[in-house]
Write a protein that binds this ligand. Sequence first.
Ligand SMILES: [Zn+2]
Length: 235
Amino acid sequence: MIEPAARARQPPAIDWRRPVLALALGAASCAPALRPPVETGKRPPDLVEIVSLDPTIRLDVRYATANNFVGRPVYKEGRAFLQRPAAEALVRAHRALREKGYGVVVFDGYRPWRVTKLFWNVTPEDKHEFVADPRTGSRHNRGCAVDLSLYDLATGREVEMPSGYDEMTERAYPDYQGGTEEAREHRAVLRAAMEAEGFTVYASEWWHYDYKDWALYPVLDVPFSALVRTRRATP
Ligand SMILES: [Zn+2]
């Protein structure tokens, strides 16, 4: 998802993303050069490819496709990484969900800082509350945020949730009470499993979870291609 800012609570009245994109792209070329924040005293990064820990975790990396709010791929590879403790916690949540008939499907994990900067540049200024400021970076940049949903083990299909991923409306709020009871139940099942493993849901997005140790890790700008490719283990 476009990385949320802490104050993002009010959805836009209209879908602002596509109509204004061209304008925003034009404005971006005038923006001053930004660099990742310089931080000290952080843990050494240990990004791990999520599926290397459990290949039954599914991936649906929208940012490696044109099916995202930018309208074109922003990742060259459909891969997902987290810092090792966060990845291991996610695996535990995924395995606990099995008993309820579900698995997790990951939309995004670690996100290189340059992609956060791109999101900032293509988003109009009056909507910047919905994206992370590259001057501070985001929890995705630290490898400690994951966007995800559930899939049904019996059908293999993603379950219904109260909103789609990447939907910037009140339906995305984790406390939204509309939609079907089944969708709200799916959301609650995901949340309980994630909270049991140290993740906190973001107040504006049912799919975005932050791992408790996010502040210990630095903002990173390492492309996926530079990260170790780990062969998928057999299930
Ligand atoms: Zn997110």
